[in-house]
Ligand binder design. Structure first.
Ligand SMILES: NC(=O)c1ccc[n+]([C@@H]2O[C@H](COP(=O)([O-])OP(=O)(O)OC[C@H]3O[C@@H](n4cnc5c(N)ncnc54)[C@H](OP(=O)(O)O)[C@@H]3O)[C@@H](O)[C@H]2O)c1
Length: 322
């Protein structure tokens, strides 16, 4: 495992972080808690020291599993979690006042809940689970994060940026209040490279590259016949003829890659790590086999320029979250 410095913090975090949405259950069906715990422990054995979870993932279930696994780790694990929007609306809209989404007492109370679920005294990185720059120059969130920092309950703060809208938190990044941002970055959605990444490099803010496998689209395992459990998030994400579109794009990608070494998911993870603004890539993982594959990808290092030039051409502008 290789490590990169998280923005201007003291943390050296593993290039592969453990994305812990799936292990929360509910929106991701089919996981099993004992398997999730095994996957987390295997990740820690292989040098993973960063986990991204959220209070909203299975109503605290993901945080509780992460807390359980972290207790048995031999090295320090940096845990990032998130404050869900009080109004339950993803993504944020610029005409919604922050008082409806992140009022002072709610920020404090959500953090307390996460501390209890994780079973720790301090959260290393507490992120706002939605954001819009319309809120950046308001006062209450700043007072709340200052109080949480002073009390020692949170070390650093971050923002999880809205899907396919990487420019919606540029003003917030410039304030210096945040140690890291989390953003969709993968072969299909490369938009963060334009404005967000250069800014993060300039002001030394860490980048967590999320959804590196397009919710499974870039694993190469989705076919037109793939079925998801009723009510599962991916039933919506891959609805209608979207699976066919994904198959077409993946086939074209594979054709262009020819005999480039490594599996498609490994190449997809290495694509993210090949950008120097990225601190860690956080694939969602629930099984030991996927953990081992992701760690292998990081060990293989950055992609060469020829492969990167091919991948550049496969950017695909669409929003399946709608
Ligand atoms: N708004 C937000 O803040 C937000 C939104 C989405 C995601 N996130 C964060 O980002 C993380 C990653 O996103 P995601 O989980 O939604 O999607 P993702 O990482 O793009 O895709 C997850 C899927 O990829 C599979 N996978 C992972 N590593 C693999 C490998 N090496 N080889 C083959 N398959 C592999 C997983 O399989 P298995 O499940 O079978 O292991 C799972 O089906 C989340 O877990 C969460 O921490 C944050």
């Amino acid at each position: 495992m290789h490590y990169r410095k998280l923005g201007s913090t003291e943390a050296e975090v593993s290039e592969i972080g453990f994305g812990a949405w799936g292990i929360g259950g509910k929106q991701w069906q089919g996981g099993k808690d004992d398997e999730s715990i095994r996957a987390l422990k295997r990740a820690f054995e292989l040098g993973v020291n960063f986990v991204d979870t959220a209070l909203a993932y299975g109503d605290g279930h993901s945080e509780r599993l992460v807390g359980q696994a972290v207790k048995s780790a031999f090295q320090r694990i940096f845990v990032a979690t998130k404050i869900p929007p009080k109004n339950g609306v993803w993504p944020a809209t610029s005409d919604t006042p922050i008082s409806e989404v992140f009022p002072y007492d709610y920020i404090i109370q959500s953090t307390e809940e996460s501390l209890t679920n994780l079973g720790v005294e301090q959260i290393y990185l507490q992120q706002f689970h939605v954001w819009t720059d319309a809120w950046t120059h308001t006062e209450e969130w700043r007072r709340a994060i200052e109080d949480l920092r002073k009390s020692g309950k949170v070390r650093y703060f971050g923002i999880s940026i809205s899907e396919h809208d990487p420019d919606s938190a540029l003003e917030a990044v410039r304030t210096g209040a945040f140690a890291a941002v989390q953003v969709i970055y993968n072969i299909f959605d490369q938009t963060a490279e334009k404005n967000l990444f250069p800014l993060c490099q300039q002001v030394k803010v860490g980048v967590l590259a999320r959804v590196p496998l397009d919710e499974g689209g870039l694993t190469g395992t989705i076919t037109e016949d793939t079925k998801f459990e009723p009510g599962e998030f991916r039933e919506m994400y891959f609805k209608g003829d979207r699976k066919r579109q994904v198959v077409e794009h993946v086939e074209a990608l594979k054709r262009d890659l020819g005999n480039a070494p490594g599996t498609l998911p490994e190449i997809a993870l290495r694509f993210c790590l090949s950008h120097r603004a990225v601190t860690t890539v956080i694939p969602g993982m629930r099984r030991v086999a996927t953990v081992e594959s992701s760690c292998r990808a990081a060990a293989a290092g950055m992609l060469d320029d020829k492969t990167l030039a091919i991948l550049k051409r496969h950017a695909w502008n669409r929003n399946f979250y709608e």
